[in-house]
Ligand binder design. Sequence first.
Ligand code: COA
Length: 342
Amino acid sequence: MTQPERTGKRRAKITGTGMCVPDRVVTNHDLAKLMDTSDEWIRQRSGIVERRFIEPGQMPADLARVASERALDAAGLEASELDCIVLATLSAQAEFPGTSFFLHEALAAETIPCFDLRAQCSGFGYSLGIARSFVESGQFQRVLVVGCEVHSTGIDLSDAGRDVAVLFGDGAGAVVVEANEDDADPSAILEVRLHAEGAHARRLWIEAPGSGFTPVRISHDLIEERRHFPHMEGRFVFKHAVKRMPEVLLETLHAASLKLEDVEIFLFHQANLRINEYVVQQLEIPPERCANNIERYGNCSAASIPILLDEVVRAGRLERGQVIAMTTFGSGFTWSSIVARY
Ligand code: COA
């Protein structure tokens, strides 16, 4: 029997996972009807074949609710048993209060605290880190962590936005994090490492609506100049992602006194299959130990890792007691890694 790490300390474990993507499939060929792009270009550069977009009227919290209910069901819990909800997003349902409050309403979560966390594509890593601290400190027993994005209503589906628009999709993923005080149970979030480099904030961002860079948050001029759409320096982002993800993964494994060989399955942020192939090659990780789903969903930012985690768990690719490593990179720049014994 594997010995639990950090015996005697209150530990936090993942007890349930869930996901939800909209039914509407948008293929690369569908996008090629809207802008000057091609299935070949998108597949070759990113590995993406299709993504999901919401239907008109569908909201981020609708996706988050289904993902959360599935995670709660897997954990054998009711929403009324939760102590806190942390929801990571960069595409909030409303500028304020965000998305988490609408999820709170949908789950009828009484008066427990909830908040949105903004760390973009690293949002799930940051949120899981915070949930772990909440649980380990004894402040909360059960925390729902959600990553949720609706990109489709905020991307530039014209030629001008093609470099970014082809990469993103909609979806939500959720996990329940609970206290584990049973020394015989090795499941725990073992180590979390979070990083940021604000000097590159403008390399991948949406400028408006915002309170700082423009005299008013939104105006016809801003819209005409397309400053309400995401802008990205793709190659710059790529270079930093392939450097930071291996770096933070190794840092986190070292902190957990584990080696790459101890990890059953690696989940990397789903921004670009080429980024993940490069990272896996650099670290000499056998490709079958790295799960990807970007070909089906595109980049779902904060939702990518929890969606992938749920797929891996439900496919039986990860068993209780095995080690999983989840590593992110995103706008901010932000990057993070979490090593857990599932
Ligand atoms: N379809 C067809 N052509 C496109 C296109 C599209 N959707 N988007 C850009 N192009 C064109 C460009 O205009 C450029 O044309 P030019 O050579 O005539 O100027 C050419 O393709 C190459 O563009 P470039 O941006 O240099 O491509 P790239 O090889 O860097 O690939 C990305 C672009 C976005 C796939 C790649 O940079 C990337 O994945 N970056 C990281 C993205 C990321 O991780 N973002 C999220 C982080 S959380």
